[in-house]
Design a protein around this ligand. Structure first.
Ligand code: C2E
Ligand code: CA
Ligand code: CA
Length: 564
């Protein structure tokens, strides 16, 4: 047993001893006061008339002993009265502080809402009552979407203000018999009774909560934008109500699953719980475990997609695209596992392993063949990212000038300052930087002008429709001209056929990639392709390779090979 628990037990024992001593004293005082009253009645009955008569001069003064006994009686009664008054005052004080302690234990100190414990008990009581009263209960789980960012960027005071304001806004919309609790962090939970036939009232409530929470919160001259995701479970979903708080907890869990579903489907919205969501969540949990295990077991493999000079048809490099060769699920694409890896915080480790493998693979290719890698916005938030990447280059003895890092537009509006310094330190070492998926995000002309990119990659949604009915030719043409104006070379993604290729060729000197040249393929296939083109690294040249650090990015050496 720890020192702390023995010390606290000693303190509790002392307090108990003090209390019992006081109780004994109170009983003695009460006994004395009672005896004094009985004595008073008997002595005053004799002594008082004698005193009155003595004052009137009709009789002698009462006996001295009797008078003293009477005075002593009066003193004792006064003492008892005093003690009684002190006791009632103390009782009142104790009741008030017990009430306050209970209030504090039941509520959340920051927002004044109920807390998890008290809400669970209240919900359990309401559920038991509901059985008798034909009413349904909506349990509404609410979770702010971008609270961590607000806290990180604006400080905890701003975060507290957002939480308090959110609580006030939700409370203002709840009906009188509704309950609101903060469960911890940025999680809230409401319980609202409703008539089972009037579910639309809960829909309206959820919509209004989402709308009101989304209006900016003012704090010290700043305007903070938050949104909230909401999940709702109805007590109608409870098949077998159970004793105690088990049913309440089950319902809260279902609301949580629905809220999680709302997060997955774009946030800032609400969903009612459905059984299928539970299966989805189970699958998602399996994916999470699978990804963690897969990283440890080396199940994630770099695949490579050709990048080609459109005019000459020569192969100039490969973009590494990750694949998960899962023993249970088969080959899984990055659109499935990258968002999960980002969310569970393993994207950095996963990406490092893939890039390290890609360096080893690319060392077997001719030196003029470049390697592009994709970097997640989550990795760009790591202030050490550039250092980590440079360290990896050194460790694998891979020339910085052969590496192209692709970052998406969404990185830019998170923290442009940090992205700029990262790009600068990578470029200073000779790494090239491309802006990926251009046209799908919000990068401004001024960002394009001031951020030192080496290349723009036009998103495939603009390219694959070229030459078709929904012709996006003018738009692509405009982007190509803009690239010319900004001195930014351009790569077109998603070149799927000859028609698209011809349309692009007429627009300027571009690079391109897409299924027209082949799908992403594993390292062995790349080696076969390069061997056929006589583009494998020369073993002799390999031995004298030195890392080209410190060089400003320069156009890569020519000698591209025509794709066969
Ligand atoms: P992305 O960087 O835009 O990669 C191009 C995607 O387009 C690839 O999908 C590729 O297979 C697909 N694609 C290529 N040519 C064509 C075409 O002609 N038509 C069509 N319809 N699609 C084409 P993939 O491999 O599924 O990758 C999806 C996204 O996942 C990538 O988009 C990239 O953003 C991300 N990703 C892939 N590997 C990694 C990685 O290692 N780290 C990070 N952070 N993201 C990665
Ligand atoms: Ca890319
Ligand atoms: Ca892309």
């Amino acid at each position: 047993m720890s020192d702390f628990s023995t010390a606290s037990e000693r303190l509790q024992a002392k307090a108990r001893a003090r209390q019992s001593a006081r109780r004994e004293r109170d009983i003695v005082t009460l006994g004395i006061a009672l005896a004094a009253i009985i004595l008073f009645i008997s002595t005053a009955g004799v002594a008082l008339p004698m005193m009155v008569r003595a004052l009137q001069g009709t009789s002698a003064a009462p006996d001295l002993v009797l008078t003293n006994a009477l005075l002593l009686n009066i003193a004792l009664i006064l003492l008892g009265w005093n003690r009684y008054k002190a006791l009632t005052a103390e009782l009142k004080r104790r009741c008030a502080s017990e009430e306050e302690a209970r209030r504090l234990a039941d509520s959340d100190h920051l927002t004044g809402c109920l807390n998890r414990r008290s809400l669970t008990i209240a919900l359990a009581d309401l559920l038991a009552e509901r059985m008798e009263r034909e009413r349904a209960l909506a349990v509404i789980a609410l979770d702010l979407d971008n609270f961590k960012q607000i806290n990180d960027l604006n400080g905890h005071m701003a975060g507290d203000e957002v939480l308090q304001c959110t609580a006030r806004r939700i409370a203002a919309l709840l009906p009188e018999d509704g309950l609101l609790a903060r469960l911890g962090g940025d999680e809230f939970l409401c319980v609202v009774p409703y008539h089972p036939q009037m579910q639309d009232r809960i829909d309206q409530l959820a919509s209004r909560v989402i709308e009101n929470v989304a209006s900016p919160v003012k704090h010290e001259g700043m305007s903070l934008d938050v949104t909230i995701s909401v999940g709702i479970a109805s007590s109608k979903h409870l098949t077998q109500p159970t004793e105690g708080t088990a049913s309440a907890q089950k319902l809260m869990h279902k609301a949580d699953i629905a809220m999680y579903h709302a997060k997955k489907h774009g946030k800032n919205r609400y969903y009612w719980f459905e059984v299928s969501m539970e299966n989805e969540l189970r699958f998602r949990n399996e994916l999470e475990t699978g990804i963690r295990k897969g990283i440890a077991n080396g199940e994630f493999k770099p695949y490579y997609e050709q990048q080609v000079d459109l005019e000459t048809g020569k192969l100039s490099g490969f973009e590494m695209l990750a694949r998960w060769e899962s023993p249970e699920l088969g080959v899984v694409g990055p659109d499935i596992f990258i968002p999960i890896a980002e969310e569970i915080g393993v994207i950095g480790e996963l990406s490092e392993r893939l890039i390290a493998q890609a360096f080893e693979d690319a060392k077997l290719w001719a030196h003029e063949i470049s390697l592009s890698v994709n970097i997640s916005p989550v990795q760009m938030r790591d202030p050490w990212f550039a250092q980590k990447l440079l360290k990896l280059l050194v460790k694998h003895n891979f020339p910085a000038s052969r590496l192209d890092v692709e970052i998406t537009e969404s990185c830019l509006h998170e923290n442009v300052g940090m992205v700029r310094s990262m790009i600068t330190s990578l470029r200073n070492q000779g790494v090239h930087i491309s802006l990926d998926d251009f046209g799908t995000g919000y990068s401004s002309l001024s960002q394009l002008r001031t951020l030192p990119f080496d290349r723009l990659k036009i998103d495939r949604t603009f390219i694959s429709e070229l030459g078709s009915e929904a012709d996006t030719g003018k738009l692509v043409d405009a982007i190509v001209s803009m690239g010319d104006g900004l001195n930014l070379p351009i790569t077109a993604e998603g070149v799927e056929n000859e028609q698209v290729l011809e349309a692009l060729k007429s627009m300027g000197k571009l690079k391109g990639q897409g299924y027209h040249y082949g799908k992403p393929e594993p390292a062995e296939k790349v080696l076969e392709r390069l061997a056929a083109l006589d583009l494998l690294a020369d073993a002799a040249a390999d031995n004298v390779t030195e890392i080209e650090f410190g060089a400003r990015p320069t156009p890569r050496p020519g000698g591209d090979a025509r794709v066969g």
